[in-house]
Ligand binder design. Structure first.
Ligand code: IPM
Ligand code: MG
Length: 355
């Protein structure tokens, strides 16, 4: 097949992890006979430096014309002064909104070889397999903001259609899995959460009676995620709760650097990015974990290019690289840590020697 992928390496460790992802993607496409057009474009802080804005028109245009978008990470201290007028993050929010990718899928699986890499006890982690569906284009991230000398405000708004569509996306996913959906809110305090709970309940009863629905308050969910993570299948929640809980959930897998994500809208086009940030503290040292980005590429192959076999081959290659000991410092434990490049090499080798 032929496909066009817009590539946004971004800032900090973004370009480092994306470079490995592209090497592996090229090799994989080559061995399956696919022709991929990979176009790298300025985005985030790098784009602010180059053209004064985080999401230049040319970048957005290329993303809208592509079959999928692969993103590294954005942001950094250079652009994050509290009084900064333009921020890399505005580019990311603008891109998510412009692509209409309201459903952010963040799967969390625990690799048996990495049980010891987590700070959580192995017997709590064995068999964890859950997916967060984070609402990505609404809520407090996108509400009106005010700032005065002595006060500031951020408005949180959700509409019925926004809640309906994210509930359906999560429920469809649950249908293909263990048919359990946990909806997370703060309905004892927030009006948006009370609407969320009502709409979610109605959609599930009418359209997904075969999927078991439970509601959970966000504070309790933060606790249960660590206490009994195996009990969760699909979790759906609003934008900011999802942002926070997925960083927490990454500790189940052992490292923030391992988690991929897919942001999807109505069509096949999607935005794929690891859930980690630009990690300015380790940028340029060649030690960032590229696996979250590689696994995001697998999600891209599956969801946007309809290539489930290729996706599975890549996932299996990442697994085997980890088993073979290719572990960046964040997941190395007491063993020898490898570089970003070596981790990429290990995946390339595994791709060349299919399981
Ligand atoms: C994420 C990130 C972003 C978010 C930031 C960089 C704006 O933390 O994708 O989780 O908050 O959505
Ligand atoms: Mg986040």
């Amino acid at each position: 097949m032929r496909a066009r992928i817009a590539v946004l390496p971004g800032d900090g460790i973004g370009p480092e992890v994306v470079a490995e992802a592209l090497r592996c993607l090229r090799a994989l496409a080559g061995s399956f006979g696919h022709t991929l057009e990979l176009e790298e474009l300025p985005f985030g802080g790098a784009a602010i430096d180059a053209c004064g804005e985080p999401l230049p028109a040319g970048t957005l245009e290329a993303c809208l014309a592509a079959d999928a978008v692969l993103l590294g990470a954005i942001g950094g201290p250079r652009w994050s002064h509290p009084s900064a007028k333009v921020r890399p993050e505005q580019g990311l929010l603008g891109l998510r909104k412009a692509l209409g990718v309201y459903a952010n899928l963040r799967p969390v699986r625990v690799h048996p070889a990495l049980l010891e890499a987590s700070t959580i006890k192995p017997d709590v982690l064995t068999g964890v397999d859950l997916v967060f569906v984070r609402e990505l284009t609404g809520g407090i991230y996108f509400g009106a903001k005010t700032r005065e000398a002595a006060s500031a405000s951020d408005l949180c708004v959700y509409s019925v259609p926004e809640i309906e569509r994210i509930t359906r996306a999560a429920a469809r996913l649950a249908r293909g899995r263990r048919r359990r959906l946990t909806s997370i809110d703060k309905s004892n305090v927030l009006e948006t959460s009370r609407l969320w709970r009502e709409v979610c309940e109605r959609v599930m009863r009418a359209e997904f009676p075969d999927v078991t629905l439970e509601h959970m308050l966000v504070d309790a969910a933060a606790m249960h995620l660590i206490r009994r993570p195996r009990d969760f299948d699909v979790l759906v929640t609003e934008n900011m709760f999802g942002d926070i809980l997925t960083d927490e959930a990454s500790m189940l897998a052992g490292s923030l650097g391992l988690l991929p994500s897919a942001s999807l809208g109505e069509g096949a086009r999607g935005l794929y990015e690891p859930i980690h940030g630009s990690a300015p503290d380790i940028a340029g040292r060649g030690i960032a974990n590229p696996y979250g980005t590689l696994l995001s590429v697998a999600m891209l192959l599956r969801h946007s290019l309809a290539l489930p076999r290729e996706a599975q081959v890549l996932e299996s290659a990442v697994s085997r690289a980890i088993e073979g000991g290719a572990r960046t410092p964040d997941i190395a434990g007491p063993g020898r840590a490898c570089t970003t490049r070596e981790a990429g090499e290990a995946v390339l080798e595994a791709l060349a020697a299919p399981a």
